[in-house]
Design a protein around this ligand. Structure first.
Ligand code: AHZ
Length: 302
């Protein structure tokens, strides 16, 4: 069988200085013709970029775990303030966005209390003003706009369908422990450790980890729970009942480095601290994400 020629990249647009003529044609009356391609080119185009990115991001400046409303707000602010940082977001789900594709109880409008509405103007999301709070007509408008802005930032990498399944915890000469990175695996692998063996994970080291994995659930509150089993936290506070007026300021004002090298933001913090949940109001997720970005900048400067 004749060998199949394999190109490393797409066919060059120019050959020997002359524009290559492809039989392409953008016509919607039955004559639409694509530039030629080989299946191997498609695979290589993806593999090369994905694994080059993975290779490069093994050492990151900041890892954000979880791309829900808190994680994405954090990524937006941090990447805007510090375009020099390599910010790597790890999201367990195929679809980033966490619970912010709906406003609450499977309903589409999203409520955001003032003054967090300023963030909506910053990212260009329209809303209706109800006085003390604003309403975005569809939560997906907020999430997709924020996600598109975060992904367009050159210093941000998002690896979705990838779960953080452990923390890297180093000990210095004085015996102090510090979170120094995350252990990752493709989520489908992470979910199958009970059925298959030898599926060892990968590592990403970074001086700052920001965990935004939400409240307890199949994977939620991951880092807070790991702090307990690793002996860095005595016990979880466990999220308390719903109280919007207590919950939102508590989450924002308590967003902090809870263990050396690890910042918690969003609802994960309620599990760590034992603070209330707020239900379907998202201002605290935005403001907590922004505060986590400010905290991270402070740690990196110190
Ligand atoms: O898939 C999770 C989701 O997208 C992801 N995640 C969880 N564990 C992970 C792990 N590795 C990687 N081990 C992981 N990713 O983290 C994201 C969390 O998003 P979320 O929307 O659940 O949390 P949030 O804190 O950004 O927003 C919470 C929104 C809530 S819950 C609530 C209430 O229950 O009262 N109220 C609000 C506003």
């Amino acid at each position: 069988m004749a060998p199949v020629p394999i190109f490393d990249d797409a066919p060059p647009a120019e050959t020997n200085g002359k524009a290559q003529k492809y039989d392409i044609f953008e016509d919607y009356n039955g004559e639409y013709r694509f530039a030629p391609i080989q299946e191997a080119q498609v695979s290589r185009a993806m593999i090369k970029r994905y694994f080059n990115t993975m290779y490069e991001r093994v050492v990151s400046d900041v890892v954000i775990v979880g791309a829900g409303s808190a994680g994405l707000s954090c990524a937006y602010r941090l990447a805007s303030d510090r375009p020099d940082l390599k910010i790597t977001i790890i999201e367990a789900n195929v679809a980033p966005g966490g619970g912010a594709w709906l406003g609450g109880q499977l309903m589409t409008p999203m409520v955001i209390r003032k003054p967090a509405d300023r963030f909506l103007r910053e990212i260009g999301v329209d809303y209706e003003d109800e006085g003390a709070f604003v309403v975005v007509k569809h939560a997906a408008l907020f999430t997709s706009t924020l996600l598109s802005k975060v992904l367009a930032m050159p210093n941000v990498v998002l690896m979705n369908a990838t779960a953080v399944e452990d923390l890297i915890i180093h000990k210095d000469f004085e015996g102090n422990q510090r979170v120094a990175g995350v252990v990752t695996n493709w989520t489908l692998v992470a979910l199958n450790h009970d059925t298959q063996s030898c599926m060892d994970p990968n590592t990403i080291t970074a001086p700052v980890i920001i965990s935004a994995t939400g409240h307890d659930g199949p994977m939620g509150a991951f880092s807070a729970k790991r702090l307990v089993s690793a002996g860095l936290l005595k016990e979880l506070g466990n999220m308390r009942g719903l109280d919007m007026n207590r919950a939102e300021p508590a989450i924002v004002n308590n967003t902090r480095e809870v263990a050396p090298g690890l910042i918690l933001t969003g609802m994960e913090l309620s599990e760590h601290d034992g603070s209330n949940r707020m239900g379907p109001t998202f201002g605290a997720m935005i403001a907590s994400g922004i505060k986590a970005a400010i905290e991270a900048t402070g740690i990196l400067k110190a």
